[in-house]
Each structure stands twice: as C-alpha cells, then as structure tokens.
Design a binder for this molecule. Structure first.
Ligand code: SF4
Length: 257
C-alpha cells in the first residue's frame, strides 16, 4: 500500500516555475541594449525636465523604475490606480511606494465619475461593447492620465516592439505627440526582448508582480486581464473578447491620419 503523502502529492497541481526561471534569457547584445537604455534615461532626465515614468507595475515598468533608482535620476513615477487592480498589483504598489528612492505618485479616478458610470452602465459594462470598454478606460485611466501628464515635458514608458503588432515600430524616442500634446515619449526598452526583461529582473532581484508567475505576461485591471496559454500571443490575456486591433486602452493609441 502506498504512503498517503506520496499518493496525495501525485494529485497536487504542479507549482508553475517562477517567471524568472521560465523567461530570463539575455540577447547576445544585451549589454549594449542596457547601455543604450541607461544612456537614454540619463539624457532624458538631463534635457527633458519635468518628466515622469508611467508605470503599470508590469515587468517592463519595474525594470525601468529599478534603473531610475539605481542611476539616481530625477524621474518621478506615477501609477494609475484604477480601482479595479488585482490585489497582487496593489500589494506591489505598496511595496514600491515604501522602497522607491524616486517619488511614486498614485492617481485614482474621480470617485463620482466612477460611481455614475457604474450606476448608468453596470459593473460589467466593458464586456458589452468596445465603446463601453473604452468609456470605462476613459473614466478610470484616461482622465487620471491627463492629470499625471499635465505640465510634463516628457514621459517614459515600458513599450517594447515585441509586445504586439500595434507596437512593432515603437521608437526609442517618440516625438509624434509633440505637436498635439507637447510631450516627448521615451521608450527605453523598445529593443528589449521578453527574455532581456526577465534577465534584468533575475540578475538584479527586482521585486515583481507574482501574477507573472501565473502566466499573466501583461497585467491590467482584474476584470480585463486573464492568464494566457502556451502559444498564445503576449497580449492575448488583455481584453481577450475583442479583436487584436482594438486592444489598447488609449494610453498609447496614435490617431489615424
Ligand atoms: S482595463 Fe477594464 S476595468 Fe480597467 S479601465 Fe479599462 S475597461 Fe475599465
């Protein structure tokens, strides 16, 4: 007769490997990419004040915040706390606020606007139509984003070319918002691979969202993010009920000519 502990362990679901073990794999030219990223952040901090980092607390953003802190750059960070984030993300936000050298500013949506939207359209409005989903993003993300960027000369994001077709041409320095919003956008990880991001996190023991260990490569609000399966696209877990082209919340959407 088998022992009870080995019998029960046979049926225990396997613990997934940490994302650091699964994904960390530096590109052959990683050292050059890292140097380029550091130089870009230093130049941005020197020449584009005031500027700020937009952080969703995802893997790319924790790398950038870590670099800002390590290089002691004058680049405060802001986080949009939409009121619909996972508890794991909120816990990481608390830890980031406690440990970051650079200031972390948390922006929340206007309480009355959220109450009014939910009362009018319902708690699950985002699943009903793209318009309602974008309206929810408008109230919970876009309005606070406008406040975060008011008066800024530039912002720093974690966009990478590899993330999606819509981001395949992301430049390191994006001046396309200069005429309309007066903002330069820096994407210091534009050339990095997913393996590079996790290599940096692993090497530098950067604190990260444990949802990444549960197959959430891209993390947004809880109702609009799910884990992905083997072979699915990087952003397949975001707004998964919509077509690929619609999958941006407005933060990084370019107007069509
Ligand atoms: S991601 Fe979802 S919950 Fe978050 S603001 Fe957009 S629609 Fe609303």
């Amino acid at each position: 007769m088998g022992d009870a502990s080995s019998a029960s362990s046979a049926f225990r679901p396997q613990q997934p490997l940490p994302a650091t073990q699964l994904h960390a794999k530096a590109s052959p030219d990683f050292a050059a990419k890292l140097a380029e990223t550091q130089a870009l952040l230093q130049r941005a901090a020197a020449d584009f004040q005031p500027l700020t980092q937009a952080s969703s607390l995802g893997a790319e953003d924790v790398v950038i915040t870590h670099l800002i802190n390590a290089l002691q750059l004058n680049i405060p960070v802001f986080v949009l706390e939409t009121g619909a984030l996972h508890r794991e993300t909120l816990a990481l936000l608390e830890r980031t606020e406690a440990h970051s050298r650079t200031p972390v500013r948390v922006l929340r949506p206007q309480h009355e606007a959220v109450i009014e939207f939910v009362r009018r359209e319902g708690q699950d409005a985002m699943y009903q139509s793209i318009e309602l989903r974008k309206a929810c993003c408008g109230v919970r993300k876009m309005e606070p984003l406008g406040r975060a960027l008011a008066g800024q000369k530039a912002w720093v994001t974690g966009l990478r070319r590899e993330q999606s077709n819509a981001r395949a041409e992301v430049p390191l320095t994006d001046t396309s918002e200069l005429a309309t919003k007066g903002l330069t956008k820096f994407n210091p990880l534009a050339n990095w691979t997913w393996g590079d991001v996790w290599h940096y996190i692993s090497e530098n023991k950067v604190d990260y969202n444990p949802l990444h260990d549960q197959f959430y490569p891209s993390i947004g609000c809880a109702p609009c993010t799910r884990a992905i399966s083997l072979g699915e696209d990087f952003r397949a877990g975001r707004w998964w009920w919509e077509s690929e082209d619609a999958k941006e919340c407005g933060l990084h959407v370019k107007k069509q000519a």
